[in-house]
Write a protein that binds this ligand. Structure first.
Ligand code: RAM
Length: 376
């Protein structure tokens, strides 16, 4: 049902863009990248990404037509270096494609604020929207409104549920992201294990909740039976709230061994809280962070290891996918392939949530041996 309506929308879109003046869409030759997602992962046992499957379904011939307006990259909120890095990658892709990608977000990571922003963007009829969603279900009607107006909807980082998007750009497999965090926490807790807690972003964040669900499944495995998850708390991707929540955790649980923060805001705030409380070597912090925010804590021992993908590559791929949809080069069908500049070829796949997705790569573990090789 959904795919049929996608096809309809995209057919209309192709007709519309075909009527536009042709524009050059040639991309620059692939360039080398320092992105961890495209380097051989080291020091991690995260499941390897499957090689892109061969497909008999060739992508629709490039229409060589382009929408004349702007595209928009929408993060969960502004002021987060993770999303700023994604925007850097998005701008790199925009330069290669000869398009304009605006970067607009709400002040807080809040679904209602994000919907208000999206409604005003949709009214301006952009060429495409690439969204990191603050709520999977609440944004579905908004995504549907956009698609009904022939605006392609790509989600990235955090997905709108299938009915409200064309394609989600997934940074890494959900199972792998969840598993690597429990593995890192287990290593930090040591042989005897102990108490762990999770400090997440907002309680409605689709990506956070999917990863936490995997973490809970991992914890049920026999090899992690010595780890006790004592509480899940939410810092709302706000630095101060995250810091206070971390403090409250190690005050309430004096034997706490590890805080897992699957958010770049939460992990940096937690590591700072542990450092300020002189608890280095007593409470370890791990989860998902950016190297530049976590470098000092890796070297100090507050957070000896954490994981991430390259957010710049994620933004870059999101823009290529959005543009490829907007120009009718793909029509959001599983098996279609397209070239994403220096990152190479990607395949549209069926996602575990029943929608479509494109997988960027694998999570990468940062530690004292490699952290100084990265700058983002
Ligand atoms: C924060 C956000 C984002 C998440 C990263 C790991 O920046 O919550 O959605 O993917 O952390």
């Amino acid at each position: 049902m959904k795919h049929r309506s996608f096809s309809l929308v995209l057919t209309v879109l192709v007709l519309l863009v075909s009527a536009c003046a042709p524009a050059a869409t040639a991309t620059e030759p692939p360039a080398a990248t320092e992105a961890p997602a495209t380097e051989a992962p080291a020091a991690t046992e995260a499941p390897a990404t499957e090689a892109p499957a061969a497909t008999d379904a060739p992508a629709t011939e490039p229409s060589a037509a382009a929408c004349e307006g702007d595209y928009v990259l929408v993060p969960k909120n502004l002021g987060n270096p993770y999303f700023d890095t994604a925007n850097n990658g998005a701008q790199e892709a925009a330069g290669e494609l000869g398009i304009t990608v605006l970067y607009q977000g709400s002040a807080t990571a809040d679904a209602t604020e994000q919907i208000t922003l999206l409604n005003s963007l949709i009214a301006q009829q952009p060429c495409g929207l690439a969204i990191s969603a603050n709520d999977a279900d609440a944004l579905v009607p908004t995504g549907q409104d956009a698609m009904a107006a022939s605006i392609p909807i790509v989600t990235w980082d955090s997905a709108i549920a299938p009915d409200g998007r064309n394609i989600h750009i997934n940074q890494a497999e959900t199972a792998g992201i969840g598993a690597i965090q429990i593995q890192m926490a287990s290593e930090l807790a040591g042989e005897d294990g102990g108490q762990i807690a999770i400090l997440s972003a907002t309680s409605t964040a689709p990506n956070q909740n999917a990863w936490i669900e995997v973490m809970q499944e991992e914890l049920a495995k026999p090899e992690y039976s010595n780890l006790e998850l004592v509480e899940i708390v939410y810092g709302d991707d706000d630095d101060t709230k995250s810091y206070n929540e971390a403090q409250a955790l190690f005050t309430k649980y004096p034997d706490l061994e590890v805080i897992i923060a699957p958010t770049t805001v939460g992990i940096a705030a937690s590591a700072r809280a542990v450092t300020d409380a002189n608890l280095i070597d007593q409470v370890f912090v791990t989860g998902l962070g950016t190297p530049n925010q976590m470098r000092e804590y890796v070297h100090s021992g507050a957070s000896p290891q954490f994981a991430l993908w390259n957010p710049g590559d994620l933004g870059y791929l999101a823009v290529y996918a959005m543009h490829t949809l907007a120009t009718g080069q793909i029509t959001a069908e599983a098996g279609q392939t397209f070239e994403a500049g220096r990152l190479g070829e990607y395949t549209v796949e069926e996602d575990a949530d029943g929608g479509l997705s494109i997988l960027l790569g694998t999570p990468f573990v940062f530690n004292a041996d490699n952290i100084d090789d990265f700058d983002f």
